[in-house]
Design a protein around this ligand. Structure first.
Ligand code: SF4
Length: 280
């Protein structure tokens, strides 16, 4: 059994919150860069230039890429041979978020109750997903998620008879309806299968996959490529002002499901699709 103190967790989460919000991941940045050559609209091209310039300034000045520094979504891969000492893991993660958002001057966007809506003033609690894995390490991924794009996400409980064409239609329709609201160019995470909540979890996790990577299942890879092309033909364009750069990537994750159902979740993300990770 390997001991890891909560103090190390707190410091790591704090650092990752700041890093994720200020440094755009290379794959997203490169996808924006590449889009400049392919974008046919002059306005769209100009917006893409502004987006990379904004990301450059954020990185060099250690400032958030966007004013919406998101709700802190945390994925934890917890080695089953790790023992957490000196306190609770969940409390430590929330303390790391509290310190990261306070010391990093990141916007606090969480309210304590969906109806009473009083700001918690430190961006806690985080949404934490735990996964128990083999080994004696902990991998922590912090993925701040803005709600301009989160609000445009959907879950469809399709019937098996809807088939792959029904799934594609639902995914495409979601992006079309989202239009300019999620600050395009978007990244589209899709979860197919499992049950209601598993499909949503997979869709969120799909956003962590590198842009330009593909599913190793041939039929899913085909679906990713086809949807990306169709989405970019919708004409929404950068920031919704027209053009052919509506989506930077479509990442689809799948899971076995029940004979009677076909859940499909679509988690829309924006041009500030962020995450930072560390292994302790
Ligand atoms: S959708 Fe993304 S870019 Fe738009 S405000 Fe939210 S975090 Fe910022």
């Amino acid at each position: 059994m390997r001991e890891i103190s909560v103090n190390e967790i707190i410091e790591t989460v704090k650092r990752l919150c700041i890093e994720a919000n200020c440094i755009l991941n290379d794959d997203v940045y490169n996808a924006l860069e590449c889009s400049k050559c392919k974008e046919t609209s002059p306005v769209g091209k100009e917006i893409l230039c502004q987006l990379t310039k904004n990301a450059d300034i954020a990185k060099s000045e250690n400032m958030p890429i966007c004013q919406d520094t998101g709700m802190a979504i945390i994925f934890v891969e917890m080695g089953q041979e790790v023992h957490i000492s000196d306190g609770s893991l969940t409390d430590a993660i929330n303390e790391g978020v509290r310190r990261g958002y306070t010391e990093g001057y990141l916007r606090k966007s969480v309210v304590s109750d969906p109806f009473i809506r009083v700001n918690t003033k430190d961006n806690t609690p985080a949404v934490i997903h735990y996964d128990i894995v083999q080994g004696d390490k902990i991998k922590i991924t912090v993925a701040p998620k803005g709600f301009g794009s989160e609000n445009m996400s959907r879950v469809y409980m399709l019937k098996p008879s809807d088939g792959i064409e029904g799934a594609k239609k639902a995914i495409l329709e979601t992006v079309k309806e989202a239009g300019p609201n999620p600050c395009p160019p978007m990244v589209v995470g899709v979860g197919c299968g499992g049950n209601f909540e598993m499909s949503a979890y997979l869709a969120k996790k799909a956003l962590l996959r590198k842009i330009g990577s593909h599913s190793d299942k041939p039929h899913i890879r085909e679906m990713e490529e086809e949807l990306l092309e169709k989405m970019n033909n919708l004409g929404i364009g950068p920031q919704g002002l027209g053009g052919n750069t509506t989506v930077l990537g479509v990442n689809i994750e799948t899971y076995p499901t029940h004979i009677a159902g076909m859940p499909i979740a679509i988690n829309i993300s924006c041009h500030v699709t962020r995450h930072a990770e560390a292994t302790i």
